[in-house]
Write a protein that binds this ligand. Structure first.
Ligand code: OGA
Ligand code: MN
Length: 302
């Protein structure tokens, strides 16, 4: 069996065949997947019936797993999995998986912000690198995940626009994305996690050298700019970056694993009838090595 990757959308997103990711990988397979991520930024692996442990083992091939902020902030009774590296992207109750979450459930409110375009964990000093989602149960209708290519979005800017964004530094916090949907119900004791962190708006991929826009709904300001001006500007830029020509929409099938690089891609969930249908995905993610060194603006050039 040898790996083949077929592009899905304008050189963005690829579907991978010729590999069994439930089994331990050969070194060459890991390298081929990493190369595929550098080329396509999103990879889909259909028909992979992973267990939780197999998903963690597969993820570990690519770096150090992160424990999400949602996992850290959750009370033990709100958690579904013992292993904090494993996240539930699900509308099922943590303690009774035969029940759907109720309409006003706080975790449902929190998770609804996934419907805003974002880059995972950009509100951390070290944002996420790859995120991996595996589909266990999918709804009959809706619940697709959309991905926007932030490399192509950067490339499509004019020279003047590129110069304007080059040295901008944005302030990211989970509070900024949640306030957009009117959520502010955090468990106490996590104030430090809510403080904004700075990241450069233009990232250079540590391996390919390709530039991309590090946009995210977690952004609430630009260093040195008045807040309304920054937010109006970021809205325009996000509108530019999420045009259909930059977007691949993934319609989930059970057994799909999709992985994306948060350094080069924004994503969002789309609506489904979560009070009637089940959508149960498992999530793992990696620390985004290469992002942390770009947190501060380049001093000499600025
Ligand atoms: C995530 C996420 C989108 C979706 O897991 O980080 O944004 O479609 N998920 O569930
Ligand atoms: Mn996400």
């Amino acid at each position: 069996m040898s790996i083949t990757i077929r592009a899905l959308h304008n050189g963005f997103a690829g579907v991978v065949s010729g590999i069994d990711i439930c089994a331990p990988l050969a070194r060459g397979e890991v390298t081929a997947i990493e190369k595929g991520m550098d080329d396509y930024a999103v990879l889909t692996f259909p028909d992979q019936p992973l267990t939780d442990d197999q998903q963690i083992a597969f993820t570990q091939n690519f770096g150090e797993l992160e424990i999400t902020l949602a996992g850290q902030m959750a009370k033990p009774s709100e958690r579904r999995f013992q292993r904090l590296e494993l996240g539930g992207i699900s509308n099922l109750e943590a303690d009774d998986v035969t029940k759907l979450r109720e309409r006003n459930d706080k975790r449902r409110m929190y998770a609804l912000a996934n419907r805003l375009w974002h880059s995972d964990a950009s509100f951390r000093a070290v944002g996420a690198g790859y995120t991996l989602l595996h589909a266990r149960i999918v709804p009959g209708k809706g619940g697709d995940t959309q991905f926007a290519d932030m490399r192509a979005a950067y490339d499509a800017l004019s020279a003047a626009e590129k110069a304007e964004v080059e040295n901008l530094v944005c302030e990211h916090s989970i509070v900024f994305s949640r306030e957009q949907i009117g959520f502010n119900d955090y468990n106490p004791g996590h104030e430090a996690h809510l403080k904004p962190v700075p990241h450069k708006l233009v990232l250079t991929h540590p391996k390919t050298g390709r530039k991309s826009l590090y946009l995210s709904s977690h952004i609430g300001g630009i260093a040195g700019w008045p807040v309304p001006e920054a937010r109006a500007f970021l809205r325009d830029l996000t509108e530019h970056a999420t045009q259909p020509r930059f977007v691949y929409s993934h319609a989930w099938k059970v057994g799909d694993l999709v992985m994306w690089d948060n350094r080069t891609v924004m994503h969002r969930a789309t609506r489904f009838d979560d009070l009637k249908e089940v959508r149960d995905l498992r999530r793992t993610s990696l620390k985004g090595v290469g992002l942390e060194v770009q947190r501060q603006p380049a001093t000499a050039a600025a």
